[in-house]
Design a binder for this molecule. Structure first.
Ligand code: ZN
Length: 453
């Protein structure tokens, strides 16, 4: 039997066992695992470990400072090892009243499994296990060795993940990683990295009270000082004026340039209609938007608070003002360094009194688009979905993929099952059954291509 025929047999096995794959997903969804309120976490970790064992993996649930992390491994035919990542925790199901069926019942409606976690992320777990099981049933082994890491804190910030990765580099060592996400639109999307995040809080205090505004001529107003400081940091042309902010923005490689050029233009008209959007920043064209969005860092005011902001009139001079800034960073910007640049900028512009605190940080990272794991996903997309995958070379969110890319030193692709209509994090989260089955084949094809690369 040739290799192509072999993979067809694996696909057939997945089709023949579609009902079991769906009922296994229902079983995973029926165990609540809401990380925010710690509901069902321990039980879910046990269920996941057992499910990995049933799929033929050697599995373990590791205690952490937070929720247990489940790992699994299975030796395969090829010399290469592929690491898979998922999470077993889910978002809270509230508001319950908005669900058409109970969130942890996993009812099947119109070819969809309706449940909290159906797509995010239990459907993704199931698509991968179904692929592994099909190989074992058809061939007795996988085309490459696999490792699996499934955490329970993704929806609350993955706090235990980095210390676990740092302490278990050998256990997790691999040649490439398949992350969760990016949700599939009409074709698979391959997301090769993530933006960093530098979240700053700026505070200005001019007095320990708000004064009667009849004295505004003689008192400094904290709200004015803070807005003058903010205005000095970014121009109306959207350029960040903080010295050093752009210093570490790495130039794009030729391949990355090509991938950005190939990104589909954004649809401004649709956004204008949907969001009653006045205009796009700088009036950029649809064609210019992907590049602007993917390759530029941002310097955003996420919140402002000072003085009186309630209904009606209150006449005061603000003694305190606060702003929250979130900067999405691109490779190789560093959040600590950005904080330092902002501090220096304020000092140089006469705002030494404004305090700067770094409230949250995560690092940017990207994978080489020419790496074997990316090529394997491209080949798998053609083979299992009959479509050319869309490659997003940088990712748009600030997911913790950098922990794998930087700390394990391996390339990573975020890809998986889940339509844009999957309503993840909302009521009536769902996964289309056909899409789950196609996703299992896609995962099988990734293992096959990666094993043969
Ligand atoms: Zn989520």
């Amino acid at each position: 039997m040739n290799a192509a025929g072999d993979l067809d047999a694996v696909f057939r096995h997945i089709d023949d066992h579609a009902d079991e794959i769906v009922s296994d997903l229902q079983e995973l969804c029926r165990q609540p695992s809401v990380s925010t309120v710690h509901t069902g976490i321990e039980e879910m970790a046990v269920l996941v470990r057992r499910r990995l064992e049933r799929a033929g993996l050697e599995a373990e649930a590791h205690p952490t400072e937070g929720h247990p992390i489940v790992t699994g491994r299975l030796a395969g035919a090829g010399a290469k090892t592929l690491l898979f990542y998922n999470h077993y925790d889910v978002q809270p199901p509230e508001p319950i009243g908005e669900w058409a069926s109970p969130p942890f019942e996993a009812r099947i409606v119109d070819g969809h499994v309706i449940a909290r976690g159906a797509t995010d992320n239990k459907g993704n777990i199931m698509s991968r296990l179904a692929a592994f099981e099909a190989f074992l049933a058809v061939r007795g082994e996988l085309p490459c060795s696999i490792k699996y890491i499934i955490e329970g804190e993704e929806e609350i910030g993955s706090t235990s993940l980095l210390p676990f990765i740092e302490a278990n580099k050998d256990l997790l060592a691999a040649d490439g990683c398949i992350w969760e996400d990016t949700f599939r639109e009409d074709v698979p999307v391959l997301s090769l990295g993530n933006k960093g995040l530098c979240y700053l809080e700026l505070t200005c205090r001019t007095a320990n009270v708000d004064f009667h505004s009849s004295q505004a001529q003689i008192y400094e107003n904290a709200a004015w000082r803070l807005t003058w400081a903010l205005a000095s940091m970014k121009g109306a042309d959207e350029k960040v004026l903080v010295e050093g902010f752009y210093d570490d923005v790495a130039p794009l490689t030729e391949k990355e340039e090509e991938l950005v050029r190939r990104m589909k233009p954004y649809d401004t008209e649709a956004r204008k209609k949907k969001f009653e959007l006045r205009r796009i920043a700088l009036d950029l064209s649809d064609e210019e938007l992907p590049r602007r969005h993917l390759t530029n860092p941002s310097f955003n005011i996420a919140g402002l608070d000072a003085g009186y902001t309630g209904e009606g009139v209150k006449t005061i001079v603000s003694g305190r003002a606060r702003a929250k800034l979130d900067c999405r960073l691109v490779v190789d910007q560093d959040p600590e360094k950005i904080r330092g640049c902002v501090r220096r900028h304020l000092d140089q512009h006469g705002f030494e009194d404004i305090e700067v605190e770094l409230l949250f940080q995560s690092l940017p990272a990207k994978s080489d688009p020419e790496s074997d794991v990316v090529k394997a996903c491209q080949a798998a997309s053609r083979r299992a979905c009959g479509e050319e995958a869309v490659i997003n070379p940088f990712g748009t969110g600030s997911t913790p993929t950098w922990m794998i890319i930087r700390h394990l030193g391996i390339p990573l692709v975020g890809t998986g099952v889940g339509f844009i209509t999957a309503r993840t994090h909302s009521a009536n989260e769902n996964l289309k059954i056909d899409h789950l089955i196609e996703g299992a084949k896609y995962m099988a094809a990734i293992c096959e291509a990666f094993g043969g690369s």
